[in-house]
Design a protein around this ligand. Structure first.
Ligand SMILES: Nc1ncnc2c1ncn2[C@@H]1O[C@H](COP(=O)(O)OP(=O)(O)OP(=O)(O)O)[C@@H](O)[C@H]1O
Length: 348
């Protein structure tokens, strides 16, 4: 496997408040374009750890490197301008309009006014805040979800390569939270970013993380992909942490590729469609959760009373539609069940 230099590297970070070590000897690396989620119960040290990355907290021991350079080698303000920072309390400036809030960092960086205006308009549009309606409003005239979007736009405004997020969806109700999270995941801007995000929500962690660092009382319990934490928990704490939501997490951690061997007809191509001719490819890297969601959508329109929503398996790349094999919700779930057993995951 090619090894790339990490964009962010934490080495042996330790922080005490009084006699207590709230972060103890934590190390991790985040590669370019990857998302690391810091997960764990309340008070386990996630925020303290995140704030060491942009020097809002200085470690007692250990070092943070960004692109190979010790973060202490440059003034903290300069470091922070290269890192977007999104927090739960949003922290918009109350006497600035939405557009002015978004423009804060580009202004500090001396970007040209016309470029800032264009960027603000573009970002607000992309975050579903039509600029003609929202640019001139003040933060108090926005809902919590809208404020959170402005906070995200502000963090993205100067296009920093690194984004730090501390419970960015924390203040929202579960439904708004899920929909903003979906928008967030699909934002093309963010695909290229290197991100570290704090959450205590395991579903959120599984949806957004390439790597999860699970902490308890300031100590690393496990660092790995969501799948590794679920399939190979390092200790009882890890196992117990995920136990309550195991089924939902399995649906998010397993991919269609994992269950192909369990299908009646193994194949390397799977497609979702209302009919044999109307094809909407679903990649093998799609999670079971995503496949079920698409299957759910397929069930609604234009199907006869007796018709059942289907995923079609294309047995070979060149197979004609008539040779596609239907796969129903029930078959998909059965294959998922067998895969869970084969992979040795404990049932909830
Ligand atoms: N400035 C401070 N002075 C003293 N103790 C602090 C300070 N900041 C944090 N702590 C303590 O350090 C521990 C870790 O706090 P931290 O905010 O990092 O946890 P967290 O995992 O982010 O928690 P939560 O999920 O509840 O936000 C807590 O016990 C907290 O009380």
């Amino acid at each position: 496997m090619p090894t790339t230099d990490p964009v962010i590297e934490a080495r042996n970070l330790t922080k005490h408040y009084g006699p207590h070590a709230v972060v103890q000897d934590v190390s991790f690396r985040v590669a370019a374009g990857q998302t690391l989620v810091l997960l764990g119960p309340s008070g386990c040290g996630k925020t303290t750890l995140l704030r060491m990355l942009n020097r809002l907290v200085e470690p007692d021991i250990g070092v943070v490197l960004v692109n190979g350079h010790d973060v202490r080698d440059q003034p903290a303000e300069q470091l922070r301008r290269g890192m977007g920072y999104v927090i739960q309390q949003v922290g918009l400036l109350p006497h600035y309009t939405v557009a002015e809030n978004v423009a804060v960092v580009p202004r500090l960086l001396g970007h040209a006014p016309a470029a800032i205006a264009a960027r603000t308009t573009e970002l607000l549009g992309r975050l579903h805040l039509p600029p003609e309606r929202f640019a001139g409003r003040y933060p108090r005239q926005l809902s919590g979800g809208q404020q959170q979007r402005v906070g995200l736009a502000r963090a993205l405004a100067a296009d920093p390569p690194i984004i730090l997020l501390d419970e960015p969806f924390g203040a929202l109700d579960p439904i708004t939270r899920a929909s903003i999270r979906r928008e967030f995941r699909e934002l093309p801007e963010l695909r290229r970013k290197t991100m570290v995000m704090v959450t205590h929500d395991v579903t959120e962690a599984f949806e957004l993380a390439d790597q999860i660092l699970l902490l308890d009382a300031g100590q690393v319990q496990q660092l790995g992909t969501p799948r590794e934490l679920l399939l190979r928990p390092a200790n009882d704490f890890v196992r117990r942490f995920f136990a309550a939501e195991q089924l939902g997490l399995q649906l998010r951690a397993l991919r269609l590729a994992d269950i192909m061997a369990e299908l009646p007809q193994a194949s390397d191509t799977i497609i979702l469609t209302y009919s044999e001719s109307d094809t909407q490819p679903l990649s093998l890297t799609a999670t079971i959760q995503e496949a079920l969601a698409q299957l759910g959508q397929a069930a609604v329109p234009s199907l006869g009373e007796s018709a059942e929503a289907r995923v079609w398996v294309r047995p070979t790349e060149t197979a004609a539609p008539a040779d596609f094999l239907p796969l129903t919700y029930a078959t998909l779930m059965a294959a998922f069940g067998y895969a869970v057993r084969r992979l040795g995951i404990e049932q909830p």
